[in-house]
Design a protein around this ligand. Structure first.
Ligand code: PLP
Length: 437
């Protein structure tokens, strides 16, 4: 923003960073959403598992345990898919989902350059090659950058919905369909959000979600795999249970279609399942609360001159976990963050993910064994990661800053967030737009 007439007429309030009075006296701190909503219902679930002495989902002390199995049914219904499988983390959900898709050595999987470590790790642990695509100003995969990365080996596209914001699914699905790619949606950071009325995770071939403590609902750890495809799910079920396919899943997914293959143990306990069952029943309430907090902030800052927010492919479907704005330069963004924090408002750059191509394990192409197939193909040897693989991603992440929200913020809290935005943003932008002396 350039100097405006208004900037000359109204002297801006002094920033707390420069000795002015902060908007808030006490720092506002976002909390973990799920535990914020813990009450008697989670407690009762734990007590029932304890009293039944049945912590293992597949065999009870007396009666057949039901918590994890019920969670799977309710999750599938809520997410608008036929089947769901509970696992012990989001990372294992990704691994089981890739196994479901039959991804392995020789395959390539396109992942966003900015996402959580687990997306890369799951692909490498499957023996496949991760190929990083740049993000756009939604912080998610840029559909325009995906097509150029597709080779005859590309088997799947990992659409990750980051920081509560749905990825541009119509365009990503169109690219995937055109090239016959499978789509894995990673919903970990946006559980409860939707895209054009469809729950996230219901649009691709298979979905993975984390229920770790930073996510919308949580038992500390946990994950879900879900899909409409019984064959993909049977593979995922077997992968999560040392190759097994037990009656509870056979009854749901149908008779065995394949022989047992070696798998891991990603099973969820009944204690975890009980807490998550109580939490999934509160998901709509939590999502409603966080969305109304975000709505108050978006509406409050809408009249800030020159304000450019993160791109939202479906504003109505966004979770509202944070409100992010473009500050134009890294210098202005860093000053914005420092100034907002001095006002006692929790500001941060895009967070909860990492720039994958610059991770040392990526640049060095590390694996658990030197003969691991991932980087030993001609293409695996040729592919280069590092800064040169994602300059646009790095630029976007450097320019944007925002405020983290939690569903328990009061109206007074959101008024403070808005007041801090209104105080800080114009001053930072004005200062960064001044020609240097
Ligand atoms: C996008 C994304 N995928 C996967 C994961 C992995 O989940 P977990 O920590 O439950 O293994 C996370 C966790 O932060 C995540 O943010």
């Amino acid at each position: 923003m350039l100097w405006s007439r208004r900037s000359f007429l109204a002297a801006p309030a002094a920033l707390a960073l420069e000795g002015g009075t902060p908007v808030r006296t006490k720092p506002l701190r976002p909390r973990h959403y799920g535990p914020l909503y813990y009450d008697d219902s989670e407690w009762r679930m734990l007590a029932e598992v304890f009293q039944a002495r049945s912590p293992f989902r597949f065999a009870g002390f007396e009666k057949p345990p039901q918590k994890v199995a019920t969670l799977e049914r309710e999750w599938a219904a809520k997410m608008g898919v036929k089947y769901a499988l509970a696992v012990n983390s989001g990372t294992s959900a990704l691994q089981a989902a890739l196994a479901g898709l039959g991804i392995g050595p020789g395959d390539e999987v396109i992942v966003p350059a900015w996402t959580w470590h687990s997306c890369w790790h799951a692909v490498v642990l499957a023996g496949a090659l991760p190929v990083c695509a740049e993000i756009d100003e939604s912080f998610n995969l840029d559909p325009a950058r995906v097509e150029a990365l597709i080779t005859p080996q590309t088997k799947a596209l990992m659409c990750v919905h980051l920081q509560g914001n749905p990825a541009d699914m119509d365009r990503l699905l169109a690219v995937a369909r055109k090239h016959g790619l499978k789509v894995l949606e990673d919903v970990s950071q946006a559980v409860g959000a939707s895209y054009k009325g469809r729950p996230l995770g219901s649009m691709g071939d298979i979905a993975a979600a984390s229920l770790q403590v930073n996510k919308t609902i949580s038992a500390g750890e946990g994950g879900m795999v879900y899909s409409n495809d019984g064959t993909l799910m049977e593979r995922a079920v077997r992968y999560h249970d040392v190759g097994g396919y037990r009656p509870v899943h056979q009854e749901w997914l149908g008779a065995a279609r394949m022989d047992p293959m070696p798998g891991s143990n990603f099973r969820m306990t009944e204690f975890t399942g009980g807490v998550l069952l109580a939490q999934v029943r509160k998901l709509d309430r939590i999502v409603g609360d966080i969305r109304s907090v975000a709505k108050r902030v978006y509406e409050g800052i809408a009249d800030i001159e020159g304000l450019k927010t993160r791109r939202l492919p479906d504003p109505a479907g966004e979770l509202g976990a944070g409100v992010y704005v473009d500050l134009g330069t890294k210098e202005a963004r860093d000053r914005f963050l420092a100034a907002m924090r001095a006002e006692n408002v929790p500001a941060a750059g895009p967070s909860g993910s990492v720039v994958l191509p610059v991770q040392p394990y990526a640049e060095k192409k590390l694996t658990v064994h030197p003969a691991w197939p991932t980087f030993n193909s001609a293409r695996g040897r040729a592919v280069q990661y590092g800064v040169a693989a994602c300059p646009r991603t790095i630029d976007i992440l450097n320019r944007f800053g925002g405020v983290l929200l939690d569903p328990g913020y009061t109206e007074a809290d959101t008024r403070d967030v808005v007041a801090a935005f209104k105080k800080v943003y114009p001053q930072v932008r004005v200062q960064s737009a001044r020609p240097s002396a």
